[in-house]
Design a binder for this molecule. Structure first.
Ligand code: EIS
Length: 210
């Protein structure tokens, strides 16, 4: 299925550095899921998530080949800190902060699904309460409420995670998908934790609500 490889390819460097391109590629693999959900309710979420990816990608490309060429997400962020650019609204530091939060939401959402939650809206609401909600004011909470109502049934969603087109969910598909998802979650979680600890250690989290 689609869930088995991407974050497994993000191999941490010796200093726990997160290699930029494999990380961005793993994030990009999530974006087509929004298209399959086929509802405009997800447009703002997709725009935000892919906007974060694009911003970090641009920063990485613009540094390629220069002496400052970034080996890791952390070195990219620390170079902005040194230049006192990290709090600018267009910094990679801010983009990665929100991207990390989006990934934390996805992780919690998938965990809810793995532990059997039959109702995706409930899975999403639980995940939201544990992750993004505290950073959102009432307007953005409303955007979430609209997206959650547009979520499909569990089985339809699980079909979208399959590598090939499938239209029926049988036992063998489900058990291999759940297995892939557990593995995917482990790799994804390792990367998220490294980034989160880095943001905490350097006091880089954006604390204001949006
Ligand atoms: C940040 O947005 C920008 O990301 C950042 C910069 O512009 C900064 C300036 O303050 O703002 O306002 C955004 C915030 N982003 C702050 C909110 C957008 C709408 C979020 C609504 C909540 C959606 C929850 C999900 C709905 C259910 C989805 C179920 C999906 C199956 C494969 C699924 C993936 C789901 C991924 C969900 C990721 C949500 C990420 C939201 C992040 C957020 O709160 S910058 O931009 O620096 O790049 O310029």
């Amino acid at each position: 299925s689609a869930m088995s490889t991407s974050f497994a390819n993000v191999r941490l460097l010796d200093d726990n550095g997160v290699p930029v391109q494999p990380f961005l590629d793993a994030c990009k693999e999530l974006v087509p899921i929004f298209d399959k959900l086929n509802s405009t309710a997800f447009a703002p979420v997709k725009m935000d998530f892919s906007g974060n990816i694009r911003k970090i990608q641009q920063k990485h490309l613009s540094s390629a080949g220069s002496a400052a060429g970034f080996l890791s997400l952390q070195s990219m962020v620390l170079s902005e800190v040194r230049l006192r650019q990290h709090t600018n609204s267009n910094s990679a530091t801010v983009a990665l902060c929100w991207l990390k939060r989006g990934l934390e939401f996805i992780r919690e959402f998938l965990r809810e699904i793995c532990s059997g939650g039959p109702d995706l809206s409930e899975c999403a609401s639980n995940a939201y309460g544990r992750t993004l909600k505290k950073y959102h004011g009432w307007v953005v909470r409303g955007v979430f409420a609209v997206a959650v109502k547009a979520l499909p049934y569990r089985d339809e969603f699980l079909c979208h995670l399959a590598a090939e087109e499938i239209d029926t969910v049988d036992e063998s598909f489900l058990s291999s998908l759940m297995n892939d998802m557990e593995v995917y979650l482990q790799h994804m979680n390792n990367i998220i934790l490294v980034i989160s600890q880095f943001y905490t250690a350097h006091n880089l989290d954006v604390e204001e609500q949006v």
